[in-house]
Design a protein around this ligand. Structure first.
Ligand code: MN
Length: 193
């Protein structure tokens, strides 16, 4: 099997009460494992077998795209959290957010609104272009802004499986609480600090 699920850099209980142990167990343990297993089955014996995951995402469609992108998206999502990370953006990312959105609070509000207003399953992304300009975008299902030439730096999962065990139908509350566990050191590194 080519792709494997990386071990999380924290304990399953470390993100409580924002994300419960049970949610991590199902979401990263079972959902993410299924995407990776499907991806491995779909690439076996094909031209995709020796490609990097990002290359598969940029060059596939249908079930292969869906499983490859979901495999990548979940690793990106779970690896941006930390129980004791930097709580606010800093440096050049902070300056860029304030320049484009007015304030950190205003940015967070817009990001939460984009997640709350996405109909059905998907992701809300913060990405950057080559000049460092930031973009908040909604992605349906498995969509990833890297296929539009942007570099993702932050993502919130708005599939119901991400929040239903902990927040039931209260997606907006889930989105608002996620800021408590985002590690802005990691987001800053992704932005290019
Ligand atoms: Mn998910």
């Amino acid at each position: 099997m080519k792709f494997t699920k990386p071990r999380l850099p924290y304990m399953q209980s470390d993100l409580e009460p924002v994300i419960s142990t049970t949610t991590i167990d199902y979401h990263y343990g079972k959902h993410e494992q299924a995407y990776i297993d499907n991806l491995n089955k779909l690439i076996e014996g094909t031209e995709y077998e020796d490609m990097a995951l990002e290359a598969i995402i940029r060059n596939s469609e249908g079930p292969l795209f869906n499983n490859a992108s979901q495999a990548w998206n979940h690793i990106f999502y779970f690896f941006q959290f930390s129980p004791d990370g930097l709580k606010e953006p800093s440096g050049k990312l902070s300056a860029q957010i304030i320049d484009q959105f007015g304030s950190i609070e205003e940015f967070k509000k817009k990001f939460e609104e984009a997640g709350a207003s996405l109909f059905g399953s998907g992701w809300v992304w913060l990405s950057a272009d080559e000049s460092g300009k930031l973009y908040i975008t909604q992605g349906k299902n498995a969509e990833n802004p890297m296929t539009d030439g942007l570099r993702p730096i932050l993502v919130f999962d708005v599939w119901e499986h991400a929040y239903y065990l902990d927040y039931q139908n209260r997606r907006a509350e889930y989105l608002h609480r996620l800021w408590d566990i985002v590690d802005w050191d990691i987001i800053g590194v992704r932005y290019g600090e």
